[in-house]
Design a protein around this ligand. Structure first.
Ligand SMILES: [Zn+2]
Length: 109
């Protein structure tokens, strides 16, 4: 994740025995940024999946953020850009494009 001022933070997916307790790497990276810089905004964020160490193909793949992370990214910077899979060449999209009909607490618009 790159902040609006250009600092790069990495995160790691924290798996858990109880699946719902797992924490995505995006949230870890964002937490590190908030600790170090406060609210600095998100310029661009990307999640990748590394293959298991025993896999023959060690290609790292860009993956889309899960729904919860999409909400989190939007909450911290509604203008964030997200790198997503797009065939052979990943694409950059606005977080809002990944959240059509985003949940809101107020009246529906
Ligand atoms: Zn996630």
């Amino acid at each position: 994740m790159r902040t609006r001022t250009g600092t790069v933070f990495t995160g790691v997916n924290l798996d858990a025995y109880l699946g719902r307790m797992a924490v995505c790497a995006e949230a870890v990276a964002l937490g590190r940024a908030v600790i170090d810089l406060g609210s600095d905004g998100i310029d661009t964020i990307v999640a990748v999946r590394h293959p298991p160490p025993e896999a023959k193909d060690q290609t790292v793949a860009v993956v889309s953020p899960c729904g919860a992370c999409r909400e989190l990214i939007f909450d911290y910077d509604r203008n964030a850009r997200v790198i997503v899979p797009n065939g052979k060449s990943p694409a950059v999209v606005a977080i809002a494009e990944l959240l059509p009909n985003k949940y809101t607490r107020g009246p529906e618009r």
